[in-house]
Design a protein. Structure first.
Length: 194
């Protein structure tokens, strides 16, 4: 069976004033996105630039004020992102996440993705930050990131074969020479880390 993913038509996004990169939008704009989202086959969504796949993108921050950084290994499925570093945990919303209330569909997907990828010790809070829209690459043109920060006591990656992990504080990002994927660069600039 083909994977289905949650998408929104670009037409819906035209009423939201945001630009290429990071934008803070109000909760009612998120509701409009969620209320107009629907599921289609992922293989169609990956090439249809009239739609955006809705992706929860969560930065994990521990009690030492460090951010989790993961590097995608060559064993990870998305070949276009191999060896790049990321500060975001997240992924597609699938029909398994569906609820009659669209906002709950989104949060079900966010929680499922976090639980699939991380062992989390004490999720203290989850803070909405804004939207990531990046039209500069083939991958990012068909995705819309909804950026959050999760404050945790600690966390650990589950898929050690697919990701290498490290924790960096703000000053360590200044000297870090790894190549971050596009959304991570946007997110770190939004948080004024880089």
């Amino acid at each position: 069976m083909k994977e289905k993913v949650w998408v929104v038509d670009n037409e819906i996004l035209k009423d939201i004033s945001f630009y290429n990169g990071f934008t803070i939008v109000e909760q009612n704009s998120l509701e409009k996105i969620f209320n107009n989202a629907y599921f289609i086959d992922r293989d169609i969504a990956e090439i249809d630039e009239s739609k955006k796949q809705i992706i929860p993108y969560v930065i994990i921050k521990n009690e030492k004020n460090q951010i989790l950084v993961v590097q995608r290994t060559k064993k990870q499925t998305e070949k276009r992102l191999h060896n790049l570093y990321s500060v975001g945990i997240g992924g597609h919303i699938n029909p398994i996440d569906k609820n009659n209330i669209p906002e709950i569909t989104f949060y079900n997907g966010l929680n499922r993705e976090l639980n699939e990828e991380l062992y989390i010790n004490n999720l203290k809070s989850l803070e909405y930050v804004g939207l990531i829209l990046d039209d500069t690459t083939e991958v990012s043109r068909v995705h819309l990131g909804i950026l959050f920060i999760a404050y945790v006591t600690s966390a650990d990656i589950k898929e050690k074969e697919n990701f290498n992990e490290l924790w960096l504080n703000d000053s360590e990002f200044e000297n870090f020479n790894g190549n971050f994927e596009g959304w991570s660069k946007i997110a770190l600039r939004a948080l004024e880390v880089i």
